[in-house]
Design a protein around this ligand. Sequence first.
Ligand code: EPU
Length: 335
Amino acid sequence: MEIIENQSLKALNTFGVDVKSRFFVELTDVKTLYQINSLPKPHLFLGGGSNILFVNDYPGTVIHNNLLGVSILKETSESVVVKAMGGENWHQFVIKMSDAGFHGLEYLALIPGTVGAAPVQNIGAYGAEVKQFIQSVEVFDCEAETIYSIPCHECCFSYRDSLFKQEKGRYFIISVTFELLKKVAAKVEYRALEHYFEDQGKVLEDVSMQDIFEGVVSVRASKLPDPKEIGNGGSFFKNPIVSKSKAKELHDKYSNLVMYPHDIDKIKLAAGQLIELSGLKGKYVNNVGMYEKQALVLVNLGGATGGQLWAHAQKVQEQVAATFGVMLEPEPLIL
Ligand code: EPU
């Protein structure tokens, strides 16, 4: 295992923040996991670096998951069980599955990051969450120093949350096993997708999973900046979940607020809309701001530090709290 000192993380985080890690290891072999407890602490497990904002240099060891490979474990006429290693690129994996006729993940196309990062925050988009397709997650448990698989129902998945996010640093995700279907009726439950198909002159009942893939890629590309061009980490805040009474209070004041039912007694608000209504959409200071096409995305237009990005995010939190009495919670890990 080669240990690199003072490794730049600029190309390893999608905000493009120029920070260094004191120590850095490229993990390409599962056997090496048994040695990681001897590396200088703290440890950070890094995938595509798309859900992390580095405010400071990392003082310990960054362990980059570069475990690769995709294999079919079981196949029937209706479904397939596929294991993908944690370091695989998420979008490339989605393409591979969709092209092979294994469906479901198309709703999650173009999400930056890796397969191993997908369960950590239970990635979700266009009416789907990755937990729906996960059978199990294979981990190295750093406390027990053993490898085992955690079945989906024990991963504590919820909106942008999981066991892996809650117990930070305990589990290194080796691989994820998915169950995908060969025949799936495409569901278009999302307004932006509906509009896309209407514009294409498509009847919603005739939409295929290939169409879903193309629709999702097109809708995402129209609103979300490509991290290769503009530094960002996707949605910077979670959509806030409030009580029904708080939602009613807000609705009485601002009748145009978007509200979705969440669980039985809660309401989910659109953080992007709250930010836009607070007047912060597309306002950039020192190349930092909330993106002009989707206010939920904090962007680095070039050269910003993690500290500047985080300071701006905190200002947004303050302003939204002052206007709506709702505290936005960041989605990425802030380090
Ligand atoms: N809205 C505004 N102004 C904005 C942005 C959004 O008014 O600047 C309104 C929209 O008009 C819409 C509502 O807010 O009525 C929801 O917006 P959108 O459809 O763009 O989705 P979102 O709730 O902002 C979530 C996910 C995205 C995911 C999309 C599509 C979270 C935190 N974000 O965004 O996930 O792609 O839905 O399903 O749940 C990510 O996590 O990085 C991410 C991009």
